[in-house]
Design a protein around this ligand. Structure first.
Ligand code: ZN
Ligand code: ZN
Length: 189
């Protein structure tokens, strides 16, 4: 292409009507065009940068929300698992304690059945007279005798006692070990 056709070079013919300083005009237009394109480019770049920034920010927020939801889901699952485990553990402990309570209750009932209390002072008895009549000491037996002699179930002594002898001696009471105090087999016929 001829370099001169666009008037980039000065005309060689001074008399030609085309002999105008076209370089300046073209240069000026090109500069304007360049500036225009540059402005458009900058605006377009800013616009795209802004869009990209907004999209990245939205993605970031979305990711954060997803992470939060995922963490909440895991936390809830762990909470439910822990709750379930605790309930199982609690029920096992409760069952164990209940069995232990029943066992101790049975032992206490058994001990209570074996024990008997003094007819006078309600201390634990160590002497046995007859059915349902025990004492902690001979002193208590003596205090009780004036009444008990009327109902004592120890054979001949009852009959003798009923014969108005207030000074009749107390019958011999029998020392017993605690384990031997279960007198249920001695109930009256
Ligand atoms: Zn007593
Ligand atoms: Zn008696």
């Amino acid at each position: 292409m001829d370099d001169d056709i666009l008037g980039f070079n000065e005309s060689k013919d001074a008399d030609s009507p085309l002999n105008i300083p076209i370089n300046d005009v073209v240069t000026e237009n090109l500069a304007g065009l360049h500036q225009h394109w540059m402005n458009e480019y900058l605006m377009s770049r800013d616009k795209h940068l802004s869009e990209v920034a907004n999209k990245l920010h939205a993605d970031f927020l979305s990711d954060q929300e997803n992470i939060r939801k995922e963490l909440m889901k895991q936390f809830t699952e762990e909470l439910l698992t822990t709750k379930k485990n605790l309930e199982v553990q609690y029920m096992a402990t409760l069952k164990h304690e209940l069995l232990e309570l029943r066992r101790r209750h049975t032992i206490e009932i058994s001990e209570a059945k074996k024990s008997q209390w003094c007819n006078v002072c309600l201390k634990e008895s160590i002497f046995y007279c007859c059915w349902n009549t025990t004492y902690c000491s001979t002193e208590c037996q003596h205090k009780h005798w004036i009444l008990h002699r009327l109902s004592c179930r120890r054979g001949n002594n009852r009959a003798a006692s009923k014969n108005n002898n207030d000074d009749i001696k107390c019958i011999q009471i029998i020392p017993v070990h605690r384990d031997a105090l279960d007198i249920s087999s001695d109930e009256p016929n």
